[in-house]
Design a protein around this ligand. Structure first.
Ligand code: NOJ
Length: 735
């Protein structure tokens, strides 16, 4: 977000004309409330939709029939700065009130959760991150921005850039996985895609980086839970994605629900003012998460609503999402001297900056022809991009006996209730899609020309239909089993303690296997699952996540071999439940897991992940050789040769890691420092090289100070965080 002098002057001139009430109004975000027999705030409805209490259909019906209060009078009175919603005509109506009927004509900033696409839903973030494709991250974000703007949304509550190590946490689905380096590149690309560099173009939105900060480290993976960590962990693992987003010019940030070391992020002055605004240089504003200011009372950090509002405003929380606490209490707090006018002015200035920069004053409305175009369907090209993103996000975990790609003449028995449900392809936090745009796996396989017969048999919920199972095994040459989680089993408020396949799906797989027919298992899920049994017994495992509207076509593309899978895991998979959290970049212990009993391991589970970060197979194979490390003045140049040793072309995601062998703080056993997508024809060999800037080889200490310490570094390059070549170099950072 680059602000010109002219923009800044415009902000100041508006600010100078505002009353205190109008200023506080800008700090207030309203959600339409459903009134008349259904007294639930819109934000809760959205959560109900997300966690499965409401289906998409029920939600749409409710929205079209229920009487809603859109707070028109308050908008007219200048008491609302932002609303939530995704209906373009309603957006225009409300915007008209704000622009043409309020005293100062300040447009609303309309926000919505467009996490992985609006109408054109893309793969959930944890899946897309596995493509390691920055250009794709940017392109899908840009398309989401374009569709958002066409629906009146100028502010996306995305990207979600919480690094997370514990897949019990349901929200791992919404973010880029376990790694800080990948997460930071993902964050930057998403900001570029959402915001572009021309603020006034109608195709871009303000990004809202979330959830600031440490939410991914909630204790035990239980949503909304407490977070405690040492400063070095905060600075090295959880803050960098936000630092990267701010460097890229992210316009806004959303504070996380959790407390960090005892202080809820919502009222955490150190996090909001000192780090985010002062140190990282956020130019725009911070919004609370839904209801979070009021929750400070429940946290036991504020005595009452007023106290919570005072603490939040003073900590640098610029906008209140949905509680009315600012609207109801801030004026008196200012009059009583508990909150200064400077605090209010700073918040409003930040909010106005974003509105001015977005060009909302010049272009507050969605043009009617744009609304009509979307009513006819999504523009050409959107489904193709969704399909490409989905293809690039499928991870081949196991392919024994070359069962895949499927023989095009084979009779396929497709089983699993997930295979035929449009509600399950889009995954958590997808709210603008239309049924007619969604391709299920059953539909996709039929589209591909395969001879498919469908037998639902069993799913994540419900029973097991033995008759269908028997027919499936009797009739097919090969069985394709779709198993996993429903959409509602991941996302917000969807932590799970048992990460094995839910329901009777394992039993179904056992029975399918016992038939002696080849079984291809395709997983649809929103988090790393515990697949110890499956990895041991099933010949083929394909991780297909929730891939978006084109899921079915993309899965068929991979199963038939039309597409050679290339994605890698952005998050490690445990073998069993008790291994969580499991992640590759853990700090070195004094007793690394080994043969001896007295080492860091479990008696009854492996110490290492079943499938580690960066892991993923292809229909071809790659061989790495010749790792070379060259020291230049300000960087290391690392080269490695990769040969496609199989019989078909493919794209390999080559990864670069390092280890700081001895430092003044314990460092991770490996840290990702680079990646590249490398296309190789069958038999082709290429030398690729990575530049590792020396300034990126340091770490933050417990005072938040960045340190570059001379010493030995191990450099690794390879196909996953586990399977790498290794070299060593002594690096001196002194000039
Ligand atoms: C709660 C979620 O934590 C957040 O991610 C989301 O943006 C808001 N609600 C608004 O829906």
């Amino acid at each position: 977000m680059k602000l010109t002098e002219e923009m800044k002057a415009k902000v100041e001139s508006i600010l100078a004309r505002m009353t205190l009430e109008e200023k506080i109004g800008q700090m207030n975000q309203e959600s339409p409330s459903i009134v008349g027999g259904f007294d639930v705030p819109f934000s809760e409805l959205i959560e109900m939709l997300t966690d499965g209490r409401l289906s998409q259909e029920e939600f749409e019906k409710l929205m079209s029939t229920a009487k809603q209060d859109f707070h028109e009078d308050e908008i007219r009175a200048g008491l609302v700065g932002s609303v939530m919603g995704n209906d373009p005509r309603k957006a225009n109506e409300l915007q008209k009130i704000a622009v043409e009927e309020s005293r100062l004509g300040i447009p609303l900033i309309i926000g919505f959760d467009v996490i992985h696409g609006l109408r054109s839903v893309f793969p959930i973030a944890i899946a897309e991150a596995g493509s390691f494709d920055d250009a794709l991250f940017e392109e899908t974000a840009h398309m989401a921005a374009k569709e958002s703007r066409a629906h009146g949304i100028s502010w996306n509550f995305a990207p979600m850039i919480d690094v997370a190590h514990d897949s019990r946490w349901g929200r791992v689905s919404e973010g880029p996985g376990e790694d800080v380096f990948l997460g930071s590149r993902f964050a930057r690309a998403k900001i570029r895609g959402l915001q572009g560099d021309t603020s006034s173009e109608q195709n871009y939105v303000a990004a809202c980086t979330k959830h600031y900060v440490g939410y991914g480290a909630c204790e035990g993976g239980r949503d909304y839970n407490t977070v405690s960590m040492a400063p070095n962990q905060l600075f090295n693992t959880y803050l960098p994605t936000f630092r990267a987003a701010m460097e890229e010019g992210a316009a806004t940030a959303m504070a996380a629900f959790n407390d960090l070391n005892g202080v809820p992020c919502t009222v955490n002055r150190y996090l909001l003012r000192d780090i985010l605004k002062e140190s990282f240089g956020l130019q725009g504003f911070v919004v609370s998460d839904a209801n979070a200011i009021r929750e400070c009372v429940i946290h036991g950090i504020a005595a009452d609503d007023e106290d919570a509002g005072v603490q939040a405003a003073n900590a640098g929380m610029d906008m209140d999402m949905g509680t009315h606490i600012y609207k109801d209490h801030l004026k008196k707090a200012v009059e009583d001297g508990k909150v200064s006018m400077e605090v209010i002015d700073e918040a409003v200035r930040r909010i106005l900056r974003v509105k001015v920069w977005l060009g909302l004053f010049e272009h507050p409305y969605v043009p009617e022809d744009v609304i009509e175009a979307y009513e006819k369907g999504i523009p050409a090209g959107h489904a193709q991009l969704s399909r490409k993103a989905a293809q690039e996000s499928v991870v081949l975990l196991k392919n024994e006996g070359g069962i895949l790609p499927l023989d095009s003449a084979a009779k396929v028995s497709l089983v699993g209730t997930l295979a035929d449900s449009v509600d399950e392809v889009t995954g958590a936090w997808a709210m603008g899609w239309k049924k007619e745009d969604c391709v299920t796996i059953l539909a996709g396989m039929k589209n591909s020309g395969l001879d498919v017969a469908y037998y639902p048999c069993a799913g994540p919920e419900g029973g097991l239909n033995e008759d269908e199972l028997e027919a499936a095994t009797a009739n097919g040459d090969v069985i394709v089993a779709i198993v996993g989680e429903t959409t509602a089993m991941s996302g917000e408020a969807s932590s799970r303690a048992d990460l094995t396949l839910p329901g009777r799906q394992k039993e179904m797989l056992e029975k399918l296997l016992a038939s002696g027919k080849p079984v291809v298992t395709v997983l649809m899920n929103g988090r790393p699952l515990a697949l110890g049994w499956e990895a041991e017994h099933l010949p083929v495992l394909v991780e297909a996540w929730h891939l978006g509207i084109q899921m079915g076509n993309a899965v068929a593309d991979v199963l038939t071999g039309a597409v050679n899978p290339s994605a890698k895991l952005a998050s490690s998979f445990p073998a069993g439940n008790g291994q969580c959290p499991v992640y590759y970049s853990h700090p070195s212990t004094g007793r690394p897991a080994g043969k001896s009993k007295f080492t860091s391991k479990y008696l009854d589970a492996p110490a290492e992940a079943l499938f580690p970060f960066g892991y993923g197979l292809s229909y071809t194979t790659y061989e790495y050789s010749d790792l070379k490390i060259d020291e230049k003045e300000d960087c290391l140049k690392i080269s490695v040769r990769i040969r496609n040793t199989g019989s078909r072309a493919g794209t390999e995601i080559a990864q670069l890691y390092m280890q700081d062998v001895a430092a003044s703080l314990v460092r991770p056993v490996k840290e990702l420092k680079g990646y590249q997508r490398v296309f190789l024809e069958a038999g082709e060999e290429k030398e690729i090289s990575f530049g590792l800037p020396k300034k990126e080889m340091g770490f933050y200490d417990n005072d938040g100070k960045y340190r570059l310490e001379d010493g030995l570094f191990r450099i690794y390059a390879g196909t996953s965080s586990r399977d790498v070549l290794c070299g060593e170099i002594f690096v001196s950072f002194k000039v």
